[in-house]
Design a binder for this molecule. Structure first.
Ligand code: PLP
Length: 392
């Protein structure tokens, strides 16, 4: 596997011929613009004045006391504009689209969260936005559909195939193949064909860069461990990447175990997946013996994706990062625990990371520390959890 865009054999560009030149152009433009001081300055200004960065690194002292063991710090991406880390990438790519002279942004969305982030960033830039969403997904997420409309985006409801995320991805790719001269395809995680896994990682690495210098200010050193949830893998790689060379820092990615990894109803693509190609990249995914992608499950909609970004497949292979699964019930307990101990309602996705961090901390000593990425706030999930528990 020679060539750029590979993480030791994972990644690449497994797309129809018609998309290759568009992706090459994007790669060139990104490599030209990203080191440019003016581009960096514009992005920084937006991150500060619009997104609300830097987000705090908070010492969760009551959670730490309750668990006993390592000190738990939370990187507060839940406090970013729109309530999660997704905005870091959306604003970065929308600025890129603007600088590239694109007048249209397209995106696909499953649960709607990335669609909302893309619509937000497009509104910010004054760029026309169209979102592809499966009919089944749109039916489940009516409020997010309204949000996208409110933000001025046009929603294209996809009625082909299983009418869910993978069909919207196909439609978005088809659109991009014929419109890339004037359209930017805004992918929401570190997935898809090269250069997306690299672009999204770079825009999300602001999380880890900030966390590293904040930790040095608070404790004078590095954390003993990092913990983040893994759907496609963007909030986690964003935290991990600036620490990859610091061998003493242990790194843990937490996948959605759903109803249990042995039940088949989960989204643990690294823990329980195998090598294959999805969304234009060679990576780890959940598939049957014939390579058909299987249906996934998680209580957290943002983790319900059948594959993982290629760089995670690589970090797993080299052992630099370890991947574990937390099931729905563990995440729900952590959702309550963090709410009660700290007055912070976490997104169900982030609750997976909290649940594992709690297990990890209790086996560590009090002079060690863990940074957990609190990828999003839980307001969006309160209704769902209350219904699940029969409280409303
Ligand atoms: C979308 C989402 C995730 C999962 O996506 P990654 O690309 O793996 O980060 C995690 N947490 C929240 C709050 C999300 O909205």
């Amino acid at each position: 596997m020679i060539g750029s865009g590979y993480f030791d054999g994972f990644g690449g560009r497994y797309v129809p011929e018609v998309l290759i030149s568009a992706l090459q152009k994007l790669d060139e433009e990104y490599r030209r613009l990203s080191p440019d001081p003016e581009f960096k300055q514009r992005l920084n200004t937006l991150l500060t004045t619009y997104v609300g960065r830097p987000t705090p690194l908070y010492f969760a002292h009551r959670l730490t006391d309750r668990v006993g063991g390592a000190k738990i710090f939370l990187k507060r991406e839940d406090l970013a504009h729109t309530g999660s880390h997704k905005i870091n990438n959306a604003v970065g790519q929308a600025l890129l689209a603007k600088e590239m002279g694109r007048r249209r942004i397209i995106a696909e969305t499953g649960a709607g969260q990335h669609g909302v982030a893309a619509a937000t960033a497009s509104a910010l830039m004054g760029i026309e936005c169209e979102i592809y969403m499966g009919e089944v997904d749109a039916e489940r997420q009516k409020l997010n559909c309204y949000r996208m409309n409110l933000l001025g985006a046009k929603l294209n409801i996809v009625k082909s195939g299983s009418r869910t995320l993978k069909d919207s991805i196909n439609e978005a790719m088809r659109d991009y193949a014929s419109s890339s001269e004037y359209t930017h395809y805004l992918i929401g995680s570190v997935v898809g064909p090269h250069p997306y896994p690299t672009i999204v990682r770079d825009f999300q690495s602001v999380i880890g860069r900030e966390a590293k210098s904040q930790m040095q200010q608070i404790t004078g050193g590095l954390p003993s461990a990092l913990v983040a949830c893994v759907g496609g893998g963007s909030n986690s790689i964003g935290l991990f990447h600036p620490f990859l060379e610091d061998a003493e820092v242990k790194i843990f990615g937490v996948e959605a175990g759903g109803e249990g990894v042995t039940t088949g109803k989960h989204s643990a693509s690294v823990v329980a997946g195998s090598n294959g190609v999805l969304h234009g990249a060679k990576t780890l995914l959940i598939q049957d013996f014939e390579g058909q992608v299987l249906e996934t499950h998680s209580v957290a909609a943002g983790l319900d994706y059948p594959a993982v970004g290629p760089e995670h497949a690589f970090l797993n292979k080299t052992g630099r990062a370890k991947y574990v699964a937390i099931d729905d019930s563990g995440a729900l307990s952590a959702f309550h625990l963090l709410s009660e101990t700290e007055g912070i309602i976490p997104a169900l996705e982030s609750a997976h990371a909290i649940a594992f961090a709690v297990e990890l901390a209790s086996d560590m000593s009090s002079d060690e520390s863990i940074i957990v990425n609190l990828s999003g706030r839980g307001d969006k999930d309160v209704d769902q959890v209350a219904r699940l528990e029969g409280s409303i």
